[in-house]
Design a protein around this ligand. Structure first.
Ligand SMILES: Nc1nc2c(c(=O)[nH]1)N[C@H]1C(S)=C(S)[C@@H](COP(=O)(O)OP(=O)(O)OC[C@H]3O[C@@H](n4cnc5c(=O)[nH]c(N)nc54)[C@H](O)[C@@H]3O)O[C@H]1N2
Ligand SMILES: Nc1nc2c(c(=O)[nH]1)N[C@H]1C(S)=C(S)[C@@H](COP(=O)(O)OP(=O)(O)OC[C@H]3O[C@@H](n4cnc5c(=O)[nH]c(N)nc54)[C@H](O)[C@@H]3O)O[C@H]1N2
Ligand code: SF4
Ligand SMILES: [Mo]
Length: 758
């Protein structure tokens, strides 16, 4: 498919026209702008001068396959609806009007200075995104802490995989979404896929599940809806939303009752089993059936399939994670893996399917409220000293941890007076979105950098038009922990600048002429040093290395074999020697080989598989966590008798800011809908296609009914990709997980009403 470049026309503020994107070379090997699979693709000049996608079959993750979103991504490069000039809100008219870059950056820097002087550094907020490259995420975190001196920075990844990250840290001492490459999946015996609709959210990855079944393995899918993914399963469990914790505990109870625990593994590789076992004991199968709605025979069958396979895996995605008990829920699934010896061994383990393009790398390099680059903790004195050394600042000058994403958005207009936002559209995607929108409006000053005028950018005082994926180079880390080079393939239209240029320009205006280079490779070189010795160690990875071969990337941790990497400080779980396993086909140094000073040292091969020799905890053992079931923040009652859950559809990405501007995708997924069971529809007198109002304690949304028996009859589903009347997040509950601070996107109580019209 190719997108036709739009001829340049006189720009107006409402629909600035992009100049044609010009391919730089014949075919550039690069990656999709959207999800965490980071499919490889080639970009070249199409027949009419536009940009065309060509297959990049050698890239191992997707082997050339792309979903419709990736295939149509170039359409936005030359689209008339992208931003090509800065917009500044006029004091006189109150409207956004075109301005020069100097005016726009001066205005932002001026407001940030004023607010910092009047109210202190913490009155300046920063909000980032898991779609930003490693370099941008790193620079944004450094900008917040060094230039603004604020603790108030967080990002949309908090809404994404933060519960799985917290649970992984707690159990394994390290969070890398998948501790093994995707290619291991077809070779295991059984996969339990919990709350992932892979067939729509990462279509090329469905291949791994198909191959699993072709190889004789079994697939169990846990989802309140019979999704396209669940249709592929040998067994589909359809629990009531928000009850995965009870489900996992019920399975573990059966494992114990049926004598299926792996005593040797528990003894040698784990700690805390007694407490976790005791916590499980109350979760009798019949009790769990009552909570979850999953029949006891299905629980028993799940345990049989999982334990009778020689190797097995549990993979989770947003279903069980986006709950106010997401961390404990993932913890319970990890406990199941540990008790059965399905972790830290080849072809067995727990993994989280991270979501955004750089969902993995974006959570490692410092845009998170509590974190420094290299996945270091902001509260750890040794980590502060190391990073402050790289940044050339006094460790004591670095602020402490700030508010989490929702808490930060909730504080806007209160203690936080200004916000600089890059790579997110919270007006559509944040929980209790009407409240968040109202908070954004109450700010003294809002600056947004985006490629399009998103619903959040519409509220801004200054909007900065930035370059897109194919117009800039940067690294991303996919859901496997594979660091990849996303190459620039086309030139950007005149008038746009990169996020790195934005941060450089603002830093310079705020007294930091140095320290914010605009060349991504230069930023990466600094990131390497900042991450050296940390849990997510990138110091052995360079652009040069990422350009090698078919660009299949390097898995972190990858310390620099050539340099004196500082020993991890106590309390910083460094890449323990035990967890490293050389990549296949990379020769290891022969035993006794001379690796003394002066001898050439083979580069570290990267770490495709973690934990095989030991976990990243201080004692090398995985930690069981005793968890018990608890209710959702909001249960159904007489007034709000139905459960609402939310999620995604194939042809839309996230808040839709990008994909709603691609014609082909608009016809595939024209608008919001409410999925409900025929019995529920009949009770309410609602026919397929009729308008239905969904009402919660937070608000109301209206969309056409989609009547289908593939959903539980006590639950309705809405995708969250649209603003306005059909905005699902008008309804969602902002209850937060106490550990990860993840909001409860996947369950709240609603009532349905017939609506006049959509
Ligand atoms: N097409 C498309 N693909 C995407 C994205 C996109 O927006 N569109 N976004 C990317 C991102 S950032 C992410 S995070 C991933 C998300 O990828 P997924 O996690 O696969 O996406 P969701 O649709 O949010 O949720 C998955 C499933 O969870 C189910 N579910 C709902 N409530 C529960 C529950 O209580 N328990 C269980 N077990 N399941 C439940 C839903 O029915 C849904 O089918 O997708 C990535 N890929
Ligand atoms: N109800 C409900 N709500 C949810 C979820 C759910 O399942 N249910 N899922 C949550 C999840 S998992 C996620 S990840 C969030 C995502 O929700 P958002 O954070 O809103 O994600 P996007 O829509 O991807 O927003 C990215 C914005 O940044 C712009 N952009 C893209 N690339 C760049 C870049 O390089 N630089 C800059 N400056 N801008 C860029 C895009 O045009 C877009 O406007 O939504 C969350 N919200
Ligand atoms: S699956 Fe994800 S990375 Fe691959 S083409 Fe689709 S959106 Fe892009
Ligand atoms: Mo996400």
């Amino acid at each position: 498919m190719h997108s036709t470049a739009t001829p340049a026309t006189p720009a107006t503020p409402a629909t600035p026209a992009a100049t044609a994107a010009t391919p730089v070379t014949a075919v550039t090997a690069t990656h999709c702008p959207y999800c965490a699979l980071q499919c490889g693709m080639g970009l070249t000049a199409g027949p009419s001068g536009g940009v065309e996608v060509v297959e990049r079959a050698a890239f191992p993750v997707n082997k050339g396959a792309l979903c419709g979103k990736g295939r149509t991504a170039p359409a936005l490069l030359s689209s008339r609806v992208r931003l090509t000039e800065p917009l500044v809100r006029s004091h006189a008219t109150g409207k956004l009007a075109p301005a020069t870059w100097e005016e726009a950056l001066d205005r932002i820097a001026g407001e940030l200075s004023r607010v910092r002087t009047e109210h202190g550094a913490d009155a300046c907020g920063v909000f980032g995104g898991g779609g930003l490259t490693n370099e941008k995420a790193y620079a944004l975190g450094k900008f917040a802490r060094v230039v603004l001196g604020t603790s108030q920075i967080d990002y949309n990844g908090r809404f994404c995989m933060s519960s799985a990250a917290a649970a992984g840290q707690r159990a394994f001492g390290l969070d890398r979404g998948l501790p093994f490459p995707l290619e291991d999946i077809p070779r295991t015996g059984c996969v339990i896929l919990v709350g992932s609709n892979l067939a729509e959210t990462m279509p090329p990855a469905l291949r791994y599940l198909t191959e699993l079944r072709e190889n004789g393995g079994t697939l169990i899918v846990v989802d309140p809806r019979r999704t396209r993914t669940a249709e592929q399963a040998d067994l589909h469990l359809a629990p009531r939303p928000g009850t995965d914790l009870a489900l996992a505990l019920g399975l573990l109870h059966l494992v114990v009752a049926e004598g299926r625990t792996h005593e040797e593994f528990i003894e040698e590789r784990t700690s805390g089993w007694e407490e976790a076992r005791a916590a499980t004991m109350a979760h009798w199968p019949e009790y769990v059936e009552r909570i979850t709605g999953v029949p006891v025979p299905q629980l028993r069958e799940t345990v049989r399939m999982f334990c009778e396979a020689e190797t097995s895996m549990v993979l989770t995605a947003r279903g069980p994670e986006q709950q106010s008990k997401g961390t404990d829920t993932v913890g319970a699934w990890i406990n199941l893996c540990l008790a059965t010896g399905r972790a830290g061994r080849p072809l067995s383990g727990y993994g989280c399917l991270t979501g955004q393009g750089n969902g993995q790398g974006g959570r490692e390099h410092g845009q998170k409220a509590d974190q420094l680059p290299g996945y270091r903790k902001l509260t750890d004195p040794a980590a502060r000293a190391h990073v402050a050394g790289v940044w050339g600042v006094d460790p004591d000058a670095l602020p402490g941890p700030g508010r989490s994403a929702y808490e930060l958005l909730d504080a806007l207009g209160g203690e936080v007076k200004t916000l600089l936002l890059m790579g997110s559209n919270p007006v559509v995607s944040a929980p209790r979105a009407a409240h968040v929108e109202e908070r954004l409006r109450s700010l003294d000053f809002l600056a947004v950098a985006d490629v399009v005028l998103s619903e959040t950018a519409e509220l801004a005082d200054v909007v900065l038009p930035v370059t897109q994926w194919a117009e800039e180079t940067g690294t991303v880390t996919n859901l496997e922990g594979r660091v990849l080079l996303r190459r620039r393939a086309v030139s950007a239209p005149a008038g746009v600048r990169s996020d790195l240029e934005v941060l450089h320009g603002l830093a310079a205006r705020l007294g930091h002429e140095k320290g914010f280079p605009v060349d991504p490779e230069e930023v990466f070189e600094e990131l390497r040093r900042a991450s050296a010795g940390g849990p997510a160690d990138y110091s052995g990875i360079s652009y040069e290395r990422l350009r090698e071969g078919d660009g299949e990337g390097v898995f972190w941790p990858c310390p620099d074999a050539d340099s004196d990497v500082p020993e991890p400080a106590p309390g910083v779980p460094g890449p323990a020697p035990g967890i490293l396993e050389p990549a296949p086909n990379v020769p290891e140094a022969a035993p006794g080989a001379d690796v003394s000073v002066g001898a050439a040292v083979a580069p570290h091969p990267g770490t495709p598989r973690l934990f095989l020799e030991g976990f990243a905890t201080e004692d090398g053992r995985a930690r069981f966590v005793p968890v018990v079931h608890r209710a959702a923040a909001e249960e159904t009652d007489a007034e709000y008798p139905v459960l609402l859950t939310t999620g995604r559809v194939l042809a839309r990405y996230q808040s839709g800011a990008q994909t709603r501007r691609v014609d082909e995708l608009n016809s595939a997924a024209p608008g919001p809908f409410v999925e409900l069971h025929p019995r529920l529809a009949a009770r309410l007198g609602i026919a397929d296609g009729e308008a239905v109002a969904v009402v919660s304690r937070r608000g109301r949304a209206v969309a056409p009914a989609r009547v289908t028996s593939s959903i539980r009859s006590d639950t309705v589903f809405m995708p969250f990709h649209w603003p306005g009347e059909g905005r699902a997040n008008s309804l969602t509950h902002p209850a937060l997980d106490p550990i990860s601070r993840m909001p409860e996107f996947k369950v709240c109580a609603v009532r349905l009403e017939r609506a006049e019209r959509v």
